[in-house]
Ligand binder design. Structure first.
Ligand code: ZN
Ligand code: ZN
Ligand code: FE
Length: 758
């Protein structure tokens, strides 16, 4: 901020100074009134891309206070001793237009240099070891500045004035290209061209990027993609893609305005976009995202990625560079060891990655976007100050078990950590512990209150208990779905005075107040209290975790709760019933009847699995979380409309939704060979209508007018749009997620705000 203010003040011949005050900047200016007015206007209009002006207070210099103005405008040292210091650290930002131009200008000294950056772009959090963000506190400290870079760094009129990661081909990081044995590939200085050549040949490359490694291959090479799937033991989960620019993205998927902005934003996340259905579309092999209707695209966000994409005419698969169940590799030696057998070649560099940052993922929703995975580009941005809610407490919230993130609160502002992952994976749990230590160290957090999920088995809960005991801190347990709702309320600026909302949480699972597994919940909540006032009818989960992995178990559990013999006699010819009859149903029935390892659950996720399996989607098993529901959504996509799709019957009694009429209707439609896409569309409408009908009744009963939608099932864009449509028609105000993920990646924030009330 300071250099841009400096340049502006000099432009308008103003005298005065600017300094950091810990919360922002103080500017003192003196000059012609017209120039002062222009200065103020331009200050807002021409603020640097990575700055954020939350407030601009203008006050006249007090009459009773003397002021010695310097001859010319100057930048003064920070007044650290007087101010409350809220250490802020920027987010890693995508390559800016100026750097992009220089990169492709043969006359520029950074022509073709893979690590060019400036004050408007480049690495920040990913290279920071501690605060403040000065070069000596980053991994760029390994690279002493050359004379030319030093001059730019010290010149207030240069774009790279005080650019902490400044470097050039003479003094900065360098690329290397090696084979699977770590032997150098001979290609002189043309590492990127050689890497492109290998990719064009169908090879798989491990590429060290900004916040971790990617595994890359050409997105139009079916054999390479299949090999990558096999070597990575990742049979079905969609691969993310990188395209050169929006024009290239448009060849494959439809890009709305919000999506285009998002692709080109400084955060440069992966954006989930619907495949084109037009005749003239280009298509990519289905093995990229089997059974899916969407592809995830991002644009090159570092010079390295841009230079590579410029050499290749098609999108690249860019999936995270890790072994199955482990976090992304961060350093060269680790990658060479762990990705051996997966990657044929390694494009490496010698700038250390300090903080792992996965690519962020968003989806277009309701003329905006909503976050599915929040990491690179978005972290460590602080969320807004809420003194009313956080009451000056310093909090660490431990998050959930899956898609874990952590949340710290200080000075009443929450910091949500980058996506960590699933904590039941040993390596991910280690990285979770390292993350706690690293954030504590980097930001000097001193929490006095620890918030955890109520689930005693969550690794995050156990870790939180240990920390609370070790440092004798207060511990607050927060119910899973209450945390979901609170995170949604917070991001929608609900205040303490606003009273209660009806939270609708559609989720895979979560530990309920009655020790059963919740997941299709209607909860009357404010930040302090949560009262379950409606839910999906509970059904057994035969085999518990096994039932999550094998959708057919849920089909049987739902039908077993009805009259299985009657269903067999009426629908025995259907494929799904025939397949069920091949399973050991006696065993499953006895598990359910004797309540052995078969907890009751109101999970919405399992209702989606049941419908999918009935239609033959992922009947036997899923290979990643949410697979069945995602494929069901893809199947319904072209047939679904919130206005016209007809719901199947369902039952609501005592604020419980009963899906038995739905299941019978689906079986009947299957029997008369109705198209599966149509059944899938009507299924989505049924869920939306049932949820909205019950919500409308509950809102009237309890006198609330706002509903908050949360939980991972709301990542389903069809369901989300249908719920919006029906709830709004009932005159209810809908709060949903934009910034914070609806899935368990958001619950740490909710835990923090609920815990602060206790
Ligand atoms: Zn730049
Ligand atoms: Zn240099
Ligand atoms: Fe959840």
């Amino acid at each position: 901020m300071r250099p841009s203010i400096f340049r502006l003040a000099r432009t308008f011949a103003l005298r005065g100074w600017v300094n950091n005050n810990g919360e922002g900047v103080d500017i003192v200016v003196c000059g012609e009134p017209d120039n002062l007015a222009l200065f103020k206007k331009m200050l807002l209009a021409e603020a640097p891309p990575l700055s954020k002006i939350e407030k601009l207070n203008v006050v006249p210099w007090p009459d009773n206070k003397t002021c010695e103005l310097p001859e010319e405008f100057e930048i003064r040292a920070s007044k650290t001793e007087t101010a409350i210091i809220e250490p802020t650290l920027g987010c890693d930002a995508a390559l800016c237009e100026n750097c992009k131009r220089e990169l492709n200008d043969p006359g520029n000294r950074r022509y073709g240099y893979a690590f060019a950056n400036c004050t408007d772009c480049g690495p920040r959090f990913s290279i920071a070891t501690s605060l403040p963000f000065d070069r000596k506190n980053t991994s760029m400290d390994d690279f002493p500045l050359c004379e030319l870079c030093k001059a730019e760094y010290e010149n207030p009129f240069d774009r790279r004035f005080h650019a902490q990661a400044i470097c050039c081909p003479q003094c900065g990081p360098q690329l290397s290209l090696v084979d699977a044995n770590g032997e150098k590939v001979s290609c002189g200085e043309k590492k990127i061209s050689e890497a492109a050549r290998l990719l064009n040949q169908g090879k798989i490359l491990a590429i060290k990027g900004l916040g971790g490694f990617h595994l890359a291959c050409r997105a139009d090479n079916e054999a390479a993609i299949a090999a990558l799937r096999q070597r990575k033991h990742r049979p079905g989960k969609p691969f993310a893609l990188m395209a050169l620019d929006v024009v290239q993205v448009r060849e494959y998927v439809s890009v709305c305005e919000a999506a285009e902005q998002c692709l080109q934003s400084v955060q440069a996340p992966i954006v989930l976009l619907s495949k084109l259905t037009a005749e003239n579309r280009k298509s990519l092999p289905t093995v990229l995202a089997p059974g899916q209707q969407k592809l995830g695209f991002m644009l090159p966000y570092t010079p390295l990625h841009l230079l590579l994409m410029q050499e290749i005419q098609v999108p690249l698969v860019m999936t995270s560079g890790n072994r199955q169940g482990e976090p992304q590799c961060l350093d060269n030696a680790e990658a060479l060891e762990k990705l051996k057998g997966i990657a044929d070649y390694f494009l490496l560099h010698n700038r250390r990655i300090v903080q792992r940052l996965d690519d962020s993922v968003v989806m277009p929703a309701a003329a905006s976007t909503s976050s599915l995975r929040r990491a690179r580009g978005y972290v460590p941005e602080l969320l807004g100050e809420r003194k009313d809610l956080f009451r000056d407490r310093e909090i660490l919230a431990m998050g959930g078990e899956q898609k874990n993130t952590l949340c710290w609160v200080r000075n009443n502002r929450p910091l949500l950590s980058a996506y960590v992952g699933d904590l039941y994976q040993v390596e991910t749990f280690k990285s979770y512990q390292q993350n706690i230590a690293r954030y504590q160290h980097t930001f000097q957090f001193r929490p006095t209150l620890i918030a955890v999920d109520k689930h005693p088995g969550y690794h995050s809960t156990q870790e939180g208990r240990k920390i609370a005991e070790r440092y004798d801190l207060q511990l607050v347990e927060v119910q899973h779905h209450h945390a979901h709702i609170a995170s949604c309320m917070l991001e929608n600026n609900v205040s303490l005075q606003d009273g209660k909302v009806l939270g609708i949480v559609l989720d895979g699972s979560g530990y309920g107040e009655d020790n059963s597994v919740w997941g299709g919940e209607f909860i009357l909540a404010d930040y302090k209290t949560a009262e379950r006032c409606g839910h999906f009818q509970q059904v057994a989960l035969p085999g518990n975790e096994q039932a999550v992995l094998e959708p057919w178990r849920n089909v049987y559990a739902h039908l077993h709760a009805m009259d299985w013999d009657k269903i067999c006699s009426e629908f025995g010819s259907l494929e799904c019933i025939r397949q069920l009859n091949k399973k050991n149903l006696k065993l499953i029935a006895s598990l359910i009847d004797k309540q052995l390892n078969s907890p009751l659950s109101s999970s919405a996720g399992r209702v989606f699995d049941t419908a999918a399996a009935m239609l033959g989607v992922c009947f036997d098993k899923i290979t990643f979380e949410g697979e069945a529901a995602m494929q069901l959504e893809a199947l319904a996509y072209s047939h679904f409309s919130p206005e016209t799709s007809k719901p199947y019957p369902f039952g609501i009694q005592d604020a419980r939704i009963n899906w038995q009429p739905l299941w019978i209707s689906i079986l009947r439609d299957l029997k008369v060979n109705k198209p599966k896409a149509e059944i899938a569309a009507r299924f989505h409408q049924t869920i939306a209508r049932a949820v909205c009908d019950l919500a409308t009744v509950l809102c009237a009963q309890h006198g609330v007018s706002r509903v908050a939608l949360s939980g991972g099932v709301f990542q389903n864009a069809l369901l989300l749009s249908a719920c919006h449509y029906h709830l709004q028609r009932s005159g209810l105000r809908v709060l949903d997620h934009k910034v914070v993920p609806a899935n368990d990646g958001g619950i740490a924030l909710g835990q923090a705000v609920v815990a602060a009330q206790h």
